[in-house]
Ligand binder design. Structure first.
Ligand code: IDP
Ligand code: MG
Length: 139
C-alpha cells in the first residue's frame, strides 16, 4: 500500500477529559507518523466551514456548536493506507457500534462526542489538511 496522509482531530470532548495523551499514544502505537499538529479553538463559523458537507443534516447545528465548544488538536498523520487505517483505529461513528479496542469504543461517550475525526477519502483528506495547515507546515 502507498504512503498516504490523512487529517485527524482530537475533538473537544476528548481534550476536555484530558484524553489527548492517551489518543496520541494510540496513534503512535498504530504506526502513524505525526507530520503536523496544533491545538486551537474553532469559531462556530470555522467549524461550519469544516463540516460544510453536512450542512443539510439535522445534527449540523449541534455538531458545529460542539466542535467550537473547546480546544481541539488538529493533525496530519502519515502511514501506508493512512485514510482507511485511521478510520479503523478510530472505529465506527457511534461508539456503541465501534469494535472493542478502537478509540471511539473505548473512549467515546455518544454518536456526537466520539473523541476523534478522520477524513473519509483522498479528496476530503486534501481539503481538510489544507483547511487547517499551510503547505509550509506540511513539508
Ligand atoms: P464520521 O466522523 O465517522 O466520519 P460523519 O457521518 O461524517 O461521521 O459525521 C460527522 C460527525 O458528526 C460525527 O463524527 C459525529 O461527531 C457527528 N454525528 C454524526 N451522526 C450524528 C448524529 O446522528 N447525531 C449527532 N451527531 C452526529
Ligand atoms: Mg465524516
Amino acid at each position: 500500500m502507498a504512503t498516504e496522509r490523512t487529517f485527524a482531530i482530537i475533538k473537544p470532548d476528548a481534550v476536555g477529559r484530558n484524553l489527548q495523551g492517551e489518543i496520541l499514544a494510540r496513534i503512535i502505537k498504530a504506526g502513524f507518523k505525526i507530520i503536523a499538529i496544533k491545538s486551537m479553538r474553532l469559531t462556530k463559523e470555522e467549524a461550519s466551514g469544516f463540516y460544510a458537507v453536512h450542512r443539510d443534516r439535522p445534527f449540523f447545528g449541534e455538531l458545529t456548536d460542539f466542535m467550537s465548544s473547546g480546544k481541539i488538536f488538529a493533525m496530519v498523520l502519515e502511514a501506508d493506507g493512512a485514510i482507511s487505517k485511521w478510520r479503523e483505529t478510530m472505529g465506527a461513528t457511534d461508539p456503541k457500534r465501534a469494535s472493542p479496542g478502537t478509540i471511539r469504543r473505548d473512549l467515546g461517550s455518544s454518536i456526537q462526542m466520539n473523541c476523534t475525526h478522520g477524513s473519509d477519502a483522498p479528496e476530503t483528506a486534501a481539503f481538510e489538511m489544507s483547511y487547517f495547515f499551510s503547505g509550509l507546515e506540511l513539508i
